[in-house]
Design a protein around this ligand. Structure first.
Ligand SMILES: C[S@@+](CC[C@H](N)C(=O)[O-])C[C@H]1O[C@@H](n2cnc3c(N)ncnc32)[C@H](O)[C@@H]1O
Length: 245
């Protein structure tokens, strides 16, 4: 199932602001002076400043909306990286590999062009207490089909692989799928939904969103998911997978 990022690019600018806590978790794996390839770079979220970064991104519109301060960008795909072997110290891919046409080929390319670490933010197939699939069950079916399991991913990466839980803060600034777990009304915001690729893959969401809206108005949502309201962060299945080649 492929997503046309050219049509999502406009709402990304406002709703996909990199979250500083997720940024810090990624930065801990990057060493001073590293040269970095950011694959599926989008508009440059999580690209570390002050490093020698090259970005690679297939969508023309995502590239067009990158700030001029961001790294130089090459239009291309993970499956065919236009770089020589061992060109970079580190490769970074944030919430991108589930969109690739051929994950195995893309990872093989990342391994070819990277000397040191491959850092991937991905999802482990388990939403935990994230509740939106209760209203839109198709979400879980689609995501489970798109994301490789952490075991399969580790095997494809080979080498020494570490896996770190990235819990999502209740006020996460980056509006990806589970970001609004404690702000349910955000899923009723059409522009916020437009910045999440999942909503371009779903069939009709009307019924589920009307139910959510009704439940919020009636106070049922707050009653049913009360246990979430006192939490500051939630494990929704996001994992930082780091491979040391
Ligand atoms: C969810 S966005 C993430 C963008 C950025 N990394 C971020 O964190 O904001 C996924 C990105 O992967 C890109 N993408 C899709 N297919 C790809 C492929 N085969 N190779 C590389 N990037 C791809 C999309 O164009 C999109 O920009």
């Amino acid at each position: 199932m492929s997503v046309n990022y050219d049509t999502l690019a406009a709402d990304y600018v406002s709703y996909r602001v990199p979250d500083p806590r997720i940024e810090a978790a990624i930065r801990r794996h990057i060493s001073p002076g590293d040269s970095i390839l950011n694959v599926g770079a989008g508009q440059g979220a999580y690209e570390p400043d002050g490093f020698n970064v090259v970005a690679l991104e297939p969508s023309r519109e995502m590239i067009a909306r990158r700030s001029s301060k961001k790294a130089p960008t090459i239009q291309g795909m993970a499956e065919r990286l236009p770089f020589k072997d061992d060109s970079f110290d580190t490769a970074l891919g944030v919430l991108t590999l589930h969109h690739w046409q051929d994950i195995q080929q893309g990872l093989s390319e990342l391994k070819r062009v990277t000397r040191g670490k491959i850092i991937l933010l991905t999802w482990n197939g388990d939403y935990g207490e994230f509740w939106l699939p209760d209203y839109l069950p198709e979400i879980a079916v689609i995501d489970v089909g798109l994301f490789p399991s952490i075991g399969a991913l580790s095997e494809l990466l080979g080498g020494a692989v570490s896996v770190e839980t990235i819990a999502i803060p209740h006020d996460c600034t980056d509006g990806f799928m589970c970001a609004y777990w404690r702000r349910p009304e955000m899923y009723l915001d059409a522009s916020a939904r437009q910045a999440m690729s999942m909503f371009s893959m779903l069939g009709s969401v009307e019924e589920g969103l009307i139910q959510l809206s009704d439940d919020l108005e009636a106070g049922y949502w707050h009653k049913k998911y009360q246990s979430l309201l006192g939490k500051d962060q939630l494990d929704c299945g996001y994992r930082l997978v780091v491979c040391n080649k």
